[in-house]
Design a protein around this ligand. Sequence first.
Ligand code: COA
Ligand code: AMP
Length: 628
Amino acid sequence: MGGAGLIGGVSGYDDAYRRSIDEPERFWAEAARGIDWDVPPETVLGDDGRWFPDGRLNTCHNALDRHVAAGHGDRVALVYDSPVTGTVRNFTYAELLDRVARTAGMLRDLGVGAGDTVVIYMPMVPEAVVAMLACARLGAVHSVVFGGFAAAELAVRIDHARPAVVLSASCGIEPTRLVEYKPLLDAALEQAEHRPRHCVILQRPQHPASLVEGRDLDWETAVSAATPAGCTAVAATDPLYILYTSGTTGAPKGVVRDNGGHAVALHWSMSSVYGTAPGEVFWAASDVGWVVGHSYIVYGPLMAGCTTVLYEGKPVGTPDPGAFWRVVAMHGVRTLFTAPTAIRAIKKEDPTGDFAKKWDLSGLRYLFLAGERLDPDTYHWAGDLLGIPVIDHWWQTETGWPVAANCVGLGPLPVKPGSPTKPVPGYDVRILDSSGADCPPGTEGAVTIKLPLPPGTLPTLYRDDARFTESYLSRYPGHYLTGDGGYIDAEGYLYVMGRIDDVINVAGHRLSTGQMEEVIASHPDVAECAVIGVADDLKGELPVGFVVLKAGASRDPADVEREVAALVRERIGPVAAFRRAVVVGRLPKTRSGKILRATMRDIAAGRDYRTPSTIEDPATLTEIADAL
Ligand code: COA
Ligand code: AMP
């Protein structure tokens, strides 16, 4: 695609968007031609809203085998760049295919087949990518768990996903410490009721782990004993993966991604949204534990025949704020995708951009940002520094690919800072008021998507169809509820203003305040608590807990505050970045006992707020404001 933007006075975007909404089946049938099918779909959209229900394919074939078969085996598929271990290594498509096929053979020998689940709990090493693709090759369903979660969170996911096998590594490497994955896995398996048949452990030289006889296998030994496995064709509607994400309660939601819709949508997005061509270097500086890593470190770039970069490091401190620019220059990155918080971290340490000037960044064409709101300061700073388009785009784990973006592959639109531009083809975004009526342009409401959702978006929650319906479809019948609030202006630009539920966004990581409250409430001296997100210059938001002690608890508030922070770290993990708890006399509540979280959020954000007429005691709001 690529290109000209205006065709006969109509932009490529306008034309594609209109076709995708007016004739979705025709639109996505055309896009489906970009994918190799074992059985091409005859039905595009099934009655139940599932895409390509009679098609059969294999996602790993589309990511690897077909490129090798087309003569691109020597093209670099994956660049592993790890400043924390001092390693840079390239894998061609042929090499990656060989590793994936052998690893799939190892899994097959352990009894893993189509439909079985496999939990992957790994740092940013090539084997993590190989593991995902090996599952896809067998038609098995992977569930990657981010390394920054605590053992208890891993246990919850293991019990819900019920994996046949767990794939893990001895350790991860953070700039200031080693993260011992294996003891975390052992602790999780002690807490979990489900027993995987085996754990396969990648021993890293930085900190080898001890293995449990009979249960644990050494990765290298097991893979070298295996013969390569071929691709198993699965139904387009069969699950490719489950990715757990935070909801409003403690139990995470297992977002399901299917094979067919995902392949079609991601492949289409690489050219149309990101303007990327086969052979180009695409770098999503995220983690394979998040949806960005699934879609745009692993599946999207590889299905499109690009070179993807797997970066085991940080934007700063590994070793300096020039780390991203070194990677861009060294590997010829054309498209960089990261979270605004990473750019803010770089800006904080290198406000004048001196580190960027040390590197040749002339090959970089676009900087895409997502994961949290892009503040105008960061947008302007990055644009001025790099002299290239900085593109804010908005999406979520559930959708798997962008809902709103400046689709540069269809012809870029003028940018409005603060807006991720317009809905991407396939997404009929509607802003609804509390009665379900469309909001007029410029008026804020709930951001929803009129059904059907396009291919690649979640068909359900794993083993919980009822929660899927209740969380996303029941509030506004016929629409998917995104959980974000926002508005569309008179020119059709979307503005996403933030979550309207109890989900917060810390350094681009999605967390549940409800879950933190459940953990804090388990402290023996805590009577009740409320956690809200407060604005933070670096991480966007940080959680702050307000804690009321039990009557008669004669504890030093500072001690309880410390213990509560330690408890959240122990139960949820360091990624929660929960450091601040404040003991207060009472929480602001209505007379019927409901905690006024929305008003607390307004106070924390410095917004004008109205003291609700139902409040029990207005002085409780003053106490919160003073504590902040
Ligand atoms: N495994 C184990 N621990 C991890 C981890 C992982 N994969 N990733 C993060 N952590 C730990 C960190 O070491 C830190 O621990 P600490 O409290 O002991 O310091 C804690 O989790 C919080 O991490 P984070 O919120 O990332 O803060 P940070 O100070 O380490 O780094 C940034 C701040 C901005 C540099 C970092 O968040 C970043 O690069 N963000 C990019 C955003 C991103 O990848 N978003 C994903 C969606 S696009
Ligand atoms: P996750 O599921 O972790 O990707 O988080 C999704 C949530 O992050 C969305 O519902 C938004 O609240 C927020 N988000 C992601 N991208 C953006 C963006 N470009 N602008 C504003 N918020 C965003």
